[in-house]
Design a binder for this molecule. Sequence first.
Ligand code: SME
Length: 153
Amino acid sequence: MRHQEVFETVRDRIAKEPDATRAMTVTVETLKNSLPGYDWVGVYLLDSNELVLGPFAGKPSPHTRIPVGRGICGAAAAEKATIIVDDVDNDSRYLACSVDTKSEIVVPIMRGDDVLGELDVDSDRLAAFGEADKILLESIAGLLAERIAAGRG
Ligand code: SME
């Protein structure tokens, strides 16, 4: 599927899910199943100063709680910006989830200036993620931000 088509599929599927957790689950499953190279897809949610693993698709991760500032996930939350790592072995911040992972993209889920969480995608291929992935995942993060914020009232 092309990225635009994946965006439309995710948008339409989460529109049918009133529950925020279900919306996140459908999102990670659709991304993993639609795009080659998306080998692990998960959502982390910010809980005070820690990122807590929520719905994910792929093998279980040992990193279920990551302090802001640690790992690539924690760096993206601290910087409030998307981080793409082409080769995780060359990034000292990287916290290993799977020995198969070669590259990673982490996209903060923002509401105004607040980080609500993030979307994390790992690939078994080197340099799997580029501008099209950044645009896609930032757009989806925007949809999830509305949903998470609405769920919190
Ligand atoms: N690699 C991440 C940890 C989470 S796992 O990829 C699921 C990091 O460096 O923060």
